[in-house]
Design a protein around this ligand. Structure first.
Ligand code: ADP
Length: 172
């Protein structure tokens, strides 16, 4: 698998699937979520509402992932995943790693070969970027998947630099 890093906006990525850092309501929020629904249009939210009425009546649990259309985005699908809120007293790293692993599993089910990820949980959910970057890189590297390209789309220079270091430090 190729791992690419870019600094930019995830809504502009020309990939098969973009991953949304959603919240468990699936009904929209700020950050990546807000940008995806704004640029992708109402079709995405309509599908999210249907998911809430069917498979995910209680919302999508943290660490899980589910796909919808990408609406007007250049991508074909949005894979919504819910990151854990950072906690200094409880180690939720496995839940964060699961976001990446489960998103790749959903991408495999869709037949997606190129996937763009944001730095899940590093915004409103406050996960320290260095640690989040290490977990993200390890999770995609250790996944068994048919996805050929994982592109991390980092919004600012500090996040980009953290992912660059995590990639350089990661074995393999
Ligand atoms: P979470 O609730 O999982 O913390 P956020 O969307 O608040 O998710 O933030 C996740 C990361 O995505 C943050 O590092 C934030 O700076 C970044 N981000 C915000 N908007 C975009 C965007 N349009 N494209 C890529 N990354 C973004």
């Amino acid at each position: 698998m190729d791992i690419e890093l870019v600094q930019g906006d995830i809504t502009e990525q020309e990939v098969d699937a973009v991953v949304n850092a959603a919240n468990s309501s699936l009904l929209g929020g700020g950050g990546v979520d807000g940008a995806i629904h704004r640029r992708g249009g109402p079709e995405i939210l309509a599908e999210c509402r249907r998911l809430r009425e069917t498979r995910y009546g209680e919302g999508l649990p943290a660490g899980q992932a589910v796909a919808t259309t990408a609406g007007r985005l250049p991508a074909r699908w949005v894979v919504h995943t819910v990151g854990p809120v950072y906690s200094a007293s409880e180690d939720r790293s496995d839940v964060l790693a699961s976001c990446y692993a489960r998103s790749l599993q959903v991408a495999d089910e869709l037949g997606a070969r190129t996937v763009a990820f944001p730095a899940v949980s590093t915004g409103v959910y406050r996960w320290p970027i260095e640690d989040a970057a290490r977990i993200a890189i390890e999770a995609v590297r250790s996944a068994s998947t048919d996805v050929q390209t994982c592109r991390f789309v980092l919004f600012d220079a500090a996040a980009y630099a953290a992912f660059e270091r995590a990639l350089a430090d990661s074995p393999g």
